[in-house]
Design a protein. Structure first.
Length: 248
């Protein structure tokens, strides 16, 4: 009896492992490398770490085009040079990355877009146009494709503005909507989200908001001035919910 119980337990474990081996496939869309002109590196690392922890299979993509501009991260000033979004994103991807045009929603179960100013400069024009922003045409196509197929989309930091522009009436969070505080220096983004027809939901940095109707999951991340581990925890909540939706 003991041996039989052990065999059954082992079989269940193997079954669970087999299910996990048919891993959820997640496309991660990057926007360069570095907070001021590309992807926020800590956020992308947190996304990849949590996806790994949940047993997901990851492929990374980025637009093959020039960045809006290049910023000297030691001074915060613009530099007189040109850099390519895909090539810069490859630094985070350790070279394993494809052009955004190659992303096929049929081949993935979910999509995640980390933040950083690249989401507002290279993936969209939010940094310069605010609520009148446009979204990169290729990314617009991909977001619509995932959404039309009922596949979850996760976004963090400033990236939720992309969903607000592309998906009518979507619920997203960038954390607080109260402007003028040191903890939430970008809270004005909530007003822009509402102005674009989205609905902003107030959350703490460690939380993620789930729009169950649209299968869009968002978290504030570095929209909040707080400890790094709290950013990491909030991104973890977002990733957890995206994976859970993808596995339903």
């Amino acid at each position: 009896q003991t041996n039989l119980s052990a065999m059954l337990a082992a079989a269940r474990q193997l079954t669970t492992s087999a299910v996990r081996s048919m891993s959820t496939k997640v496309a991660v869309v990057l926007s360069g490398c570095g907070v001021y002109d590309g992807t926020e590196i800590h956020e992308s690392s947190a996304v990849l770490t949590h996806l790994s922890r949940h047993g997901a299979e990851v492929a990374m993509f980025a637009p093959d085009k020039d960045q809006m501009h290049v910023v000297d991260h030691t001074a915060g000033s613009e530099m007189a040079e040109t850099r390519n979004v895909l090539k810069e994103s490859a630094r985070i991807a350790r070279g394993k990355i494809s052009a955004l045009t190659a992303l096929n929603a049929e081949e993935f179960d979910a999509m995640i877009v980390p933040g950083g100013f690249g989401a507002a400069k290279n993936l969209s024009s939010f940094a310069t146009a605010g609520a009148d922003m446009t979204v990169d045409s290729d990314l617009t196509e991909k977001v619509k494709a995932f959404h039309a197929r009922g596949k979850p989309i996760g976004l963090c930091c400033i990236a939720p503005v992309i969903a607000a522009r592309v998906i009518p009436g979507v619920e997203v969070t960038v954390g607080s909507d109260v402007e003028g505080t040191e903890k939430w220096p970008y809270a004005g983004t909530a007003g822009a989200i509402n102005a674009m027809g989205g609905k902003h939901v107030v959350t703490d940095v460690s939380e993620a908001h789930i729009d169950t109707k649209n299968k869009v999951v968002t978290t504030a991340a570095f929209m909040c001035e707080t400890a790094l581990h709290e950013i990491h925890d909030g991104v973890g909540e977002m990733v957890k919910e995206v994976v859970a939706l993808a596995r339903q």
